[in-house]
Write a protein that binds this ligand. Structure first.
Ligand code: NAP
Ligand code: NAG
Length: 304
């Protein structure tokens, strides 16, 4: 395959930075969109990537500005749409989360539609879009045929999940109507080296190595037969179980022993769809080893 030009939205983000690292290593030319190209401190890690000086271009684009992505996307054969509001302090969730996620995705897709070079769009969704539901059959692992309930998300004000579910649904509708080749990737919780400690304990959760998520984006982009949605998750595990793995590996780290009891149903993910494309996920052990090593290296954590 010849290595052409692709666009990555939200280039400065955790996931997008790893994706760009992998794309550059594979020889792609990458146009990354950022909200603030003048913020050198926030972009320095991208310029330090191998191949960045030769094959990375950063341009300004904002999800809530109509047409903002036109220039970045024009001439690209692939678009990886990762930009989306990820939890922070919010006062107005409809304006600050739902609107940029859903309308912003349609804004990006309208720019894709104008681009005659476009081959495929990969949309970064989330495994949370399949698992927020009333009923689980404990015998049947959750797969890509499942969708989270918009009603439940609205009722309990689970804004992030609602935003990802509505944005992915809107993307499918727009791409089906406009003949755009779309594939979506649904990562679980991303773990790996990062600049700051953002880890939170969440009850039973799926986890995946950040590098695997980057590689899976490229796999579903390149694979001729890739179609539809792809769950991207290594292991689903309870807090208690994760704690016992971590505390035996890192006995001197202050790992909590007790948690708020979440009334979350038991579930597993069925990731046969992506593993049958030939992908093999890194283990929980590898994810946390890489995460903890980097936190120590950057002075955010010390192992007594
Ligand atoms: N972290 C996870 O565990 C996880 C799991 C599954 C899926 N995902 C998905 O992965 C994607 C990236 O998440 P992440 O964890 O890498 O979070 P992140 O580091 O916060 O990255 C989010 C990116 O979106 C950009 N963005 C947000 N609002 C925007 C707007 N209005 N206009 C333009 N850009 C905007 C941010 O730009 P700024 O840098 O300018 O703020 C940032 O680059 C998201 O779609 C998220 O839903 C994440
Ligand atoms: C997982 O999904 C595959 C199809 O992708 C199916 O053949 C298999 O039976 C499923 N596994 C379980 C345990 O349900």
């Amino acid at each position: 395959m010849t290595h052409h030009k692709v666009c990555v939205t939200g280039a400065s983000g955790f996931l997008a930075s790893w994706l760009i690292k992998r794309l550059l290593l594979s020889g792609y030319h990458v146009v990354g969109t950022v909200r603030d190209p003048a913020n050198e401190a926030k972009l320095a890690h991208l310029w330090n990537l191998e191949g960045a000086k030769e094959r990375l271009h950063l341009v300004k684009a904002e999800l809530t500005e109509e047409g903002s992505f036109n220039d970045a996307i024009m001439g690209c054969e692939g678009v990886f749409h990762t930009a989306s509001p990820v939890l922070g302090h919010i006062t107005n969730p409809r304006e600050e989360i739902l609107k940029p996620a859903v309308d912003g995705t349609l804004n990006v897709l309208r720019s894709c539609k104008k681009n005659p070079s476009l081959r495929r769009v990969v949309f970064t969704s989330s495994s949370s879009t399949v698992r927020v539901k009333d009923k689980f059959d404990p015998e049947k692992p959750v797969d890509e045929s499942s969708w989270s309930s918009v009603e439940i998300c609205e009722k309990y004000q689970i804004w992030y999940v609602l935003s990802k579910t509505m944005a992915e649904k809107a993307a499918w509708e727009f791409c089906n109507e406009n003949g755009i080749n779309l594939v979506t990737l649904l990562p679980s919780f991303l773990v790996g080296p990062r600049e700051t400690e953002r880890f939170k304990w969440h009850g039973r959760m799926g986890y995946v190595h950040i590098d695997d998520v980057a590689l899976c984006h490229i796999l579903v982009y390149e694979h001729e037969k890739a179609q539809g949605r792809y769950l991207c998750s290594s292991t689903v595990i309870d807090n208690d179980e994760l704690v016992s793995i971590l505390s035996s590996r890192y006995p001197t780290l202050p790992i909590p022993k007790r948690f708020e009891q979440h009334d979350r149903p038991y579930y597993e993910f069925n990731t046969t769809k992506i593993t049958s494309l030939g992908f093999k996920f890194k283990s929980i052990q590898e994810m946390f080893d890489d995460c903890i090593t980097s936190l120590v290296a950057q002075g955010h954590l010390s192992i007594p």
